[in-house]
Design a binder for this molecule. Structure first.
Ligand SMILES: Cc1cc2nc3c(=O)[nH]c(=O)nc-3n(C[C@H](O)[C@H](O)[C@H](O)COP(=O)(O)OP(=O)(O)OC[C@H]3O[C@@H](n4cnc5c(N)ncnc54)[C@H](O)[C@@H]3O)c2cc1C
Length: 587
């Protein structure tokens, strides 16, 4: 078994889909490094060999430990978090493979792999054991933050040990009273004699028991909201003593092998990371990368659930034939397959954009091109997070259904996949927050060019064939629903006026759009996933069938969402008007 080579869809993307030539030469700065690949061909061979070796390790060692890791869960003894033993063995194996810094630059001990190749590895890791994948993410994630914003000294002290897998980290934003509303955070950072001290509590911090925590805190007294925040590197131990307290990890129904900790900072020593007061802008870079990573995590869970369902449906015989040959089950399996393929296509579209942006930035490429790519990535990031969460939940739930009664029994993995999938729409910004972000961007772009609301805010690259027609129809549903919410709530005249004055419409004017933000995001996610799937369908009849199936299912669903949006039903808004905004909001 090999989790890289056994996946035909990944193999197709690797060999025929991904446009490596557009970013590998940039990431490798023209193949000039003595310790790097000397050509595109050599780079691709290196990725293929490494991913094949890793894929074999994932299937042979990581996957068999996944069930025990979930069953044992995270413990707490003598005031210390205790990871499940299998998780530690998996991480030790990843360290031996040398992949803890896979996509970090070679200068800091990484392999300088593109994020696209990294996603191929992370999908396999999440398919094998999503708990291990989460811990793995907390080597590179904090390392990228320090690399991007830290001083050379901080890079030396933190990035290199993280890349080598010698230490692990965490990233702390959430507080008991500040979840989706990051601006409500109250952890303070005060400078005393050239040193920073943190006070406050952070909630639900993944791997909060790690060796170093990147903390978002309020550094500017009297500031509020997203202003006046800064990022800090906070070592777990200072002069041999705990620098902050790690409370007992949460007992959860999801990702039970991943430590989710409450952290208490009480005069904790901290190092400023990057410019003072820019914390929120800085952490957004992490959040956007992490959102794509959560989608990849979802893809791994989806792939595992799909394979389990397929195998079970072939084995299980009812009324004289395998259930896979019963029409409704066959239908479920093909729909799952199409969803997984669509999610994968959208993910690689995002990681390729990320790779091109990083490559252009490293080589001083055209600022205009970077801006255009950033906009494409920004458009897709909340959608891929939304889709990687919500559609994975559907795939995992359907896998349970295919298993019938055995689907809810511990001996079968699909119940674990379903439970684990439940975390995806919650962390790194809930599905509703992704939908709001997508809507906010569309409204922002509409304000810049209001006539596009009339002519069609979203355009697709679609071939001149029936699949292209379906894609254009999907985009038309989105455009019509967006036009409706803007015309209905804001009014097209008001929108044009707001554009002229360069002022966003008032929140009340956007209420109808906010009400339907997730329906709009669902439609737009299927537009962007369909677009990516069609672009990579190629000449293969099987791939075209999958793409056609996806579009055939996505279009009526989009029409249903759009119909609800265009129904003009204001009953929720009327109910809200009767109850008022609530005590918290009035305070
Ligand atoms: C296992 C786990 C691991 C985590 N790891 C980390 C970590 O490493 N670091 C970290 O900083 N945080 C972490 N979190 C926190 C996570 O990011 C938050 O739970 C998440 O952002 C939601 O915040 P909340 O739980 O306070 O929910 P709330 O923000 O209270 O949301 C509750 C519900 O209200 C909805 N809602 C909220 N605001 C709006 C709005 N404006 N419009 C529409 N709907 C809205 C939400 O979508 C949700 O459905 C983790 C959480 C969990 C459970």
């Amino acid at each position: 078994m090999n989790f890289f080579t056994d996946n035909e869809d990944i193999q197709h993307h690797f060999h025929h889909g991904v446009e490596w030539q557009r970013f590998v030469p940039l990431l490798e700065k023209g193949f000039t490094a003595a310790d790097g690949p000397a050509s595109l061909q050599e780079a691709r061979e290196l990725y293929e060999t490494s991913l094949t070796e890793a894929g074999e390790f994932l299937a042979r060692e990581v996957a068999p430990r996944a069930r025990a890791i979930d069953e044992q869960g995270v413990g707490f003894e003598g005031g210390e978090v205790v990871h499940p033993p299998g998780l530690l063995e998996n991480v030790a194996g990843l360290r031996r493979l040398g992949v803890t810094g896979l996509t970090l630059p070679r200068e800091v001990g990484g392999f300088n792999f593109p994020l696209t190749a990294g996603a191929m590895f992370v999908e396999g890791l999440s398919r094998a054991c999503t708990n291990t994948m989460i811990l793995y993410a907390f080597y590179q994630g904090p390392a990228f933050m320090v690399l991007r914003f830290g001083t050379p000294d901080q890079v030396e002290r933190w990035v290199k040990p993280l890349a080598a897998g010698e230490i692990s980290g965490s990233v702390a934003m959430t507080e008991p009273d500040a979840g989706s509303d990051v601006g409500a955070l109250s952890t303070t950072a005060v400078e005393e004699g050239g040193h920073w001290r943190l006070n406050g509590r952070k909630q639900f911090i993944t791997n909060g028991c790690g060796d170093v925590c990147i903390v978002l805190a309020r550094s500017e007294q009297g500031s509020s909201g997203l202003d006046g925040l800064s990022l800090f590197v906070v070592p777990r131990r200072e002069n041999g003593r705990d620098n902050y307290r790690v409370a007992r990890p949460e007992k959860k129904m999801v990702i039970r092998g991943s430590a989710t900790c409450e952290l208490a900072f009480d005069g904790s020593c901290a190092e400023l990371l990057g410019p003072r007061g820019s914390g929120f802008t800085q952490i957004l870079t992490f959040m956007n990368e992490a959102r794509v990573a959560v989608a990849v995590q979802g893809l791994g869970i989806s792939e595992a659930a799909l394979r389990a369902a397929r195998a079970y449906a072939e084995r299980r015989v009812q009324t004289g034939r395998p259930i896979a040959r019963h029409e409704m089950v066959a239908d479920m399996l093909l729909d799952m397959e199409a969803e997984v393929a669509a999610l994968r296509a959208l993910i690689y579209r995002c990681t390729e954009l990320q790779d091109r942006i990083v490559g252009l930035e490293r080589t001083g490429g055209s600022a205009g091109e970077v801006r255009a790519l950033r906009r494409q990535l920004r458009d897709r990031t909340p959608l891929v997070k939304w889709m990687g969460s919500e559609r994975t939940l559907w795939v995992a739930r359907t896998a349970v259904q295919v298993h019938g009664g055995y689907g809810v029994v511990h001996e079968y993995d699909v119940e674990r996949h379903y439970r684990d999938a439940l975390i995806l729409p919650i962390y790194e910004g809930t599905s509703q927050i992704q939908a709001l972000m997508s809507l906010k961007d569309q409204v922002g772009w509409a304000l810049k060019s209001p006539w596009r609301v009339l002519t069609g805010a979203v355009r697709v690259q679609a071939p001149p064939d029936p699949m292209g027609d379906a894609l254009r129809d999907l985009a038309a549903e989105y455009n019509s629903a967006l036009r409706y919410v803007l015309a209905r709530g804001v009014g097209l005249g008001t929108l044009a006026g707001a554009a002229l004055r360069r002022r966003a419409p008032e929140r009340e004017q956007l209420a109808y759009a906010l009400l339907h933000a997730e329906r709009l995001a669902a439609i737009l996610a299927s537009v962007r996933a369909g677009e990516a799937l069609v672009a990579r369908a190629g000449d293969s009849a099987a791939r075209r069938r999958t793409a056609e199936r996806y579009l055939n299912r996505a279009l009526p669903q989009a029409r249903m969402h759009a119909e609800i949006v265009r129904s003009g039903d204001r009953s929720t808004l009327e109910a809200l008007a009767r109850t008022g905004p609530g005590a918290g909001a009035q305070a």
